[in-house]
Design a binder for this molecule. Structure first.
Ligand SMILES: [Zn+2]
Ligand SMILES: [Zn+2]
Ligand SMILES: [Zn+2]
Length: 144
């Protein structure tokens, strides 16, 4: 049974806890992220913030990724996309129609990964799993 995750952490508080200053461009980017459609690209963020340089946006996204605040998603079309993270270790569902991102945790998946990992040479440092789906809304839109 997968647990769906819906609440969001206070990003600025997380950054400050880890010793990062909340500069004006960082705060602007974080404000935008909180309103972003899930599965956004760096370009989407740039469009909303014409006054903030591309390099600053990329650096900030990287920082947020390193602190676990946002996730980078592997999509089938190859464009790197990001979504706000709600919890430390989790996996994603991504709608192939609308790009909507969901997060879930499943103890069964983690158990399976540990079992498989025993047969994999080397020290495993992580894994990522994305399920590609047609979300309920997109299924609902289909002409009957
Ligand atoms: Zn995530
Ligand atoms: Zn969808
Ligand atoms: Zn996992």
């Amino acid at each position: 049974m997968a647990t769906l995750l819906t609440s969001r952490p206070d990003i600025i508080a997380i950054l400050e806890d880890r010793g990062y200053r909340s500069t004006a461009p960082r705060r602007a980017i974080i404000r935008i992220l909180e309103d972003m459609h899930e599965g956004f690209t760096a370009e989407d963020v740039g469009r909303e913030l014409p006054g903030v340089g591309r390099a600053t946006i990329f650096r900030t996204l990287k920082l947020l990724m390193e602190t676990g605040v946002i996730c980078r998603l592997n999509l089938m079309d190859g464009a790197p996309r990001y979504s706000l993270s709600r919890i430390e270790h989790h996996h994603h569902t991504v709608c192939v129609e609308c790009g909507k991102v969901g997060e879930f945790r499943a103890a069964t998946v983690e158990r399976l990964m540990r079992v498989i990992g025993e047969d994999i040479p080397g020290d495993i440092v992580g894994h990522r799993i994305e399920f590609y789906v047609n979300c309920d809304e997109c299924i609902g839109d289909e002409p009957s």
